[in-house]
Design a protein around this ligand. Structure first.
Ligand code: HEM
Length: 502
């Protein structure tokens, strides 16, 4: 009996030990596979590859990413993973493995190392629609050159003065159609205001058939920016690409006509209409020679079309979002009205026109704009690809990996902003409070790709807010912000307006 019991104990110990041994081997094997899949051959360095999950085969964690995007809190996707794996983690979304950064310092390094370590790397549908020569995708000296040309043009005081007039006119024209107690859809109305001014700034097209054509085709084109990368007749991507072809054809005609007129007068710099087409054509005519190739006409046409992407939806959406947040924050709205009424009174008393600088010197209005862009922004992240192995803040990013620098997570992190989900424009005026030039505030990106339209956007939004709050009161209908495929209002933000008695 004694022998029998001892025997059974030995057998059980043996099986227990062998099961444990087997489990350990399996665990080690899984860890090794994990490291291999994360960093290819670089097993050693992979020890510091950010942690995370790859999710389901092929779709990865895309469904959760999209589901969070359909809510007003897109940062939830990041927050869930941040709490499990830390501020930088790996995932698999929209068809590719991605390292997501929700860390302001890591994002700064990604933005600053444009070109030498990181290059733009957008989802396939965006890449297909943009084309390789888009400023949003190009790299190296050509990107720097086009960026400098466009940036110089967009930042010039002459353009700001002209845009101020045009936006004022557009705002007044749009407002003239707003009757007492009428319900309007603000998201649609703001688009009317900015599209015309943008097209004039890019290629000086006045209201009429051409403008309507551009509006229609651009609307069709932009719908495919985030969609399945499937290209066959009838698919979303296919329709958008066709719309882009039609847009390009028309813009190409404008560019060619302008070039012919330029060659005819042969007076460089005299007969310019001063828009983005001119700026690029002027460069094409003045540059040349070794190392400074002329910009081909196709390249110019492509860039004008592609510049409508960052230029178009972003500004009207920021205007709409500002009104949404103000509608929910009566105290902030009343301070905004006070500041703008004061300017209106001053201008009225001296019978003066507004200068663009008047709008930019409205401090509280600028704070409202900053707070709006912090809380919701059409570009809530940028996509990059690492050209080489790189280590940032102890995280190893292997060559070839995609990095998503999430702005919305940084903007909504309570380590960076107290009560991040509270709309509080005053946070921007406290000494030591939020600062528009910090790493934690990047609605316009940073580094060499910092948005060249930053100032003109702030100007356009200020003009709109000034005339809105000094001409109308409104009651906003119930609505929510959704963030996928891009930021917009679920019901286009209906508001009932009441013109003010003066
Ligand atoms: C609220 C309005 C706007 C926001 C939030 C915004 C945001 C941004 C961001 C985040 C980037 C960087 C993209 C990256 O790093 O890959 C960018 C780039 C750019 N933006 Fe804007 N933008 C706005 C308005 C405008 C306007 C009005 C224009 C004028 C047409 C414009 C033209 C551009 C261009 C050309 C680039 C590419 C710069 C480059 O890659 O060198 N943006 N924008």
């Amino acid at each position: 009996m004694g022998f029998g019991l001892g025997w059974w104990i030995l057998v059980i110990l043996f099986f227990g030990w062998s099961l444990y041994f087997k489990a350990m081997i399996k665990k080690k094997k899984l860890e090794k596979e994990e490291m291999m899949s994360s960093g290819g051959e670089q097993i050693k360095a992979a020890a510091a590859i950010p942690r995370g999950r790859s999710g389901w085969p092929f779709i990865g964690e895309t469904l959760d990413f999209i589901a969070c995007g359909f809510t007003s809190r897109p940062a939830t996707f990041m927050d869930k993973r941040k709490s499990l794996y830390g501020k930088v983690f790996k995932t698999h979304i929209l068809g590719r493995p991605v390292i997501v950064s929700t860390d302001a310092d890591v994002n700064r390094v990604v933005l600053q190392n444009q070109g030498n370590i990181f290059v733009p790397y957008y989802p396939k549908s965006i890449t297909d629609l943009l084309g390789e020569s888009s400023i949003l995708q190009m790299n190296g000296t050509l990107q720097r050159r086009v960026h400098a040309l466009i940036g110089g043009f967009l930042r010039s005081p002459q353009l700001k003065a002209r845009m101020a007039r045009e936006i004022e006119n557009s705002v007044k024209l749009t407002f003239s159609g707003w009757n007492h107690k009428r319900t309007i859809y603000l998201q649609e109305e703001t688009k009317k205001i900015t599209f015309e001014a943008l097209v004039r700034m890019l290629m000086s097209i006045d209201p009429g058939e051409d403008l309507n054509f551009l509006r229609r085709e651009y609307g069709e084109f932009i719908k495919g920016l985030i969609c399945l990368p499937i290209r066959f007749p009838g698919s979303r991507l296919y329709k958008s690409l066709k719309a882009k072809e039609r847009l390009l054809e028309m813009v190409r005609r404008v560019v060619e006509k302008r070039k012919a007129a330029m060659d005819k007068t042969n007076e460089k710099g005299t007969a310019w209409t001063n828009d983005a087409v001119d700026v690029l054509l002027r460069d094409a005519s003045e540059c040349g020679g070794e190392g400074n190739q002329r910009l081909p006409l196709d390249f110019i046409s492509g860039n004008i079309v592609e510049m409508m992407i960052p230029g178009e939806d972003s500004v009207p959406m920021a205007m709409t979002l500002a009104v949404k947040f103000l509608s929910d924050s009566p105290v902030a709205l009343s301070r905004l009205v006070e500041e703008n009424m004061e300017l209106k009174r001053q201008k009225g008393a001296c019978c003066e026109d507004y200068a663009w600088t008047d709008y930019m010197s409205l401090n509280f209005t600028q704070n409202v704009i900053s707070e709006t862009l912090r809380m919701a922004n059409i570009i809530n992240a940028v996509w990059r690809k690492a050209l080489k192995d790189v280590e940032i803040k102890g995280f190893f990013i292997p060559k070839g990996w995609c990095v998503l620098a999430s702005f919305c997570s940084v903007h909504m992190d309570e380590e960076n902003y107290e009560n991040p989900y509270e709309f509080n424009p005053w946070r921007w005026e406290k000494p030591g409070g939020a600062a528009v030039n910090s790493n934690s505030f990047t609605p316009f990106g940073g580094g060499q790709r910092l948005c060249p339209g930053l100032e003109i956007s702030r100007l356009e939004i200020s003009i709109f807010l000034h005339h809105l709050v000094t001409s109308f009161r409104w009651v906003a209908g119930k609505d929510e912000i959704v963030n996928f495929p891009t930021v917009k209002m679920k019901r286009k933000l209906p508001i009932t307006i009441f013109p003010m008695d003066h």
